[in-house]
Ligand binder design. Sequence first.
Ligand code: ADP
Length: 244
Amino acid sequence: MSALLEVSGVTKSFDGFKAIDNLSLSVNEPELRAIIGPNGAGKTTFMDLVTGKTRPDSGTIRYGELSRDLTAMSEAQIARAGIGRKFQKPTVFEDQTVLENLTMALAAPRNPLNVLLRRPDRSARAAAVAEEVGLEKDLNKRAGILSHGQKQWLEIGMLLAQEPRLLLVDEPAAGMTTAERERTTAMLVEAAKTRAVVVIEHDMEFVRRLKCRVTVLHEGRSLAEGSLDHVCADPRVIDVYLGR
Ligand code: ADP
């Protein structure tokens, strides 16, 4: 286990307001990490900074064994370097089947496997990914008729098909049934066995089931880090986040 992502002293202001304030945070490979914090804490800005959508005012974001400086790379270069992001709302191709969606993701230019896999191998690999996300029985279904949870899983599958080293996931459990949440937990835990997975999540019960290290963000700073029980016992966290 070693640090894959190293965020050091990063600050990002919008019109003088510090959305991220001298934040330092590192993520190992492999690791499952949850980032929690109240609205406006800076969680989305953090993901925007890592993926190159936003640039920091100061500080460094280093990635991989070569400690590449992500702040000097374009969004496309960062994606090609193996950083995938799942937004809250699923964005699958509704008119295409599950298999077609996964095959397209496998053929994506940013996918390092796309030049290695011949067309028949892509279908086999797509079917294997479908199994990883519990959609093996739905390969020929149009994505548009899937449930909300299944669409989220398909999109997770489309990202996994691109073999990310670091996967950033924004509130995967939102709008899911209890059974769907449980499957999503298992999927993320499994995915994080071989890569870094960072999950932004509001739902404490969901975070508890992930059984992972938690970082609490508040006003753009890391307020506490450790197991969920550890951070929930921290008086500063109780004050600002749990409101008890
Ligand atoms: P979270 O995801 O934790 O709810 P955000 O990262 O979305 O928090 O936002 C952190 C703070 O930065 C908020 O106060 C938000 O209004 C502000 N912010 C984020 N993006 C912008 C932007 N593009 N322009 C101005 N303010 C922004």
